[in-house]
Design a protein around this ligand. Structure first.
Ligand code: COA
Length: 261
């Protein structure tokens, strides 16, 4: 077993499975640029390491991730540019040749939900909650979600999820086909590891070929969507509305957009 702690991103390889754990519970696993860089590095290492056959991303029992760190957004609006750590992470995830599983317990907000669109198998606890509240933060979809979400759940559902940004449950996520299975919260870790080990024992070349065949046709379109989204996201992040929304979150108050209408 080989464990690394890269400031809030903890990785471990065992039984052919590379675990990538998001561990910043005091901020609900909000993702900073350093954490995206850590996850990008972990994914790159997993690709190179022959001992790794499957990748599993997870948080802690109470929280998957609350999404991008909002203070980081305010301090580093340039974080939306295409060479920023978040895009290195998303590209490594999108281009991962090995199967990527995710285990969701607690909230998966913003990129916490959109990163799941790139995973091959997602298991969630009954108490898990999902949301893509980009519009509510005066932002727009990212991570290829403007393309992948309608493909997965249909145009009407995708519009509802992205325009309203409301939370939805694990059962709803399952019924929409956004995730594969729902189990009791306490069982998520065990079930996820069992699924990961099952895949890790499959014939390597057949597993990789199957994933590649499933994904290869879509990847150029996802890449294009991600670039378009990144330009729009950057503009939104630089706007007065998003500064108000992000500041309001940190100040624990409702945003006031009346000045901007
Ligand atoms: N960025 C930065 N800090 C965050 C954060 C984020 N995305 N999410 C939570 N935090 C911080 C809170 O500010 C708080 O910090 P404090 O203790 O210094 O005041 C701490 O984490 C605990 O969060 P809190 O909201 O009090 O916990 P909760 O259990 O009531 O709710 C969530 C948890 C995840 C439901 C809630 O924090 C949330 O909705 N966050 C999502 C933020 C968001 O919109 N993300 C999408 C970005 S695109």
């Amino acid at each position: 077993m080989n464990t690394h702690d890269m400031s809030h991103i903890v990785t471990e390889v065992a039984d052919g499975v590379q675990r990538i754990e998001i561990r910043r519970p005091e901020k609900k696993n909000a993702l900073t640029q350093a954490m995206y860089a850590g996850m990008a590095k972990a994914l790159a290492e997993a690709e190179r390491d022959r001992a790794v056959r499957v990748i599993l991303i997870h948080g802690q029992p109470q929280i998957f991730t609350s999404g991008n760190d909002i203070a980081d957004f305010l301090q580093h609006p340039e974080a939306a540019t295409e060479d920023a750590p978040v895009f290195q992470f998303l590209r490594n995830l999108m281009y991962a040749k090995k199967p990527v599983l995710a285990a969701v317990t607690g909230a998966a907000i913003g990129i916490g939900t959109t990163l799941l669109l790139h995973c091959d198998y997602v298991i969630a606890g009954q108490g898990a909650e999902f949301a893509m509240p980009f519009v509510n933060l005066a932002l727009c979809p990212e991570a290829g979600s403007s393309l992948l979400l309608p493909l997965l759940v249909g145009q009407k559902r995708a519009s509802e999820l992205l325009l309203f940004g409301d939370k939805f449950s694990a059962e709803e996520a399952l019924s929409m086909g956004l995730i594969n299975s729902v189990v009791a919260d306490v069982d998520v870790g065990t079930h996820a590891m069992a699924k990961a080990r099952t895949l890790a024992q499959k014939p390597r070349a057949a597993l990789l070929a199957t994933k590649s065949l499933l994904k290869a046709k879509l990847v150029p379109q996802i890449e294009k969507a991600m670039i378009e989204e990144a330009h729009e996201f950057g503009d939104r992040l630089a706007s007065a509305e998003s500064k108000e929304a992000l500041t309001a979150f940190l100040e624990k108050r409702r945003p006031d957009y009346s000045r901007f209408q």
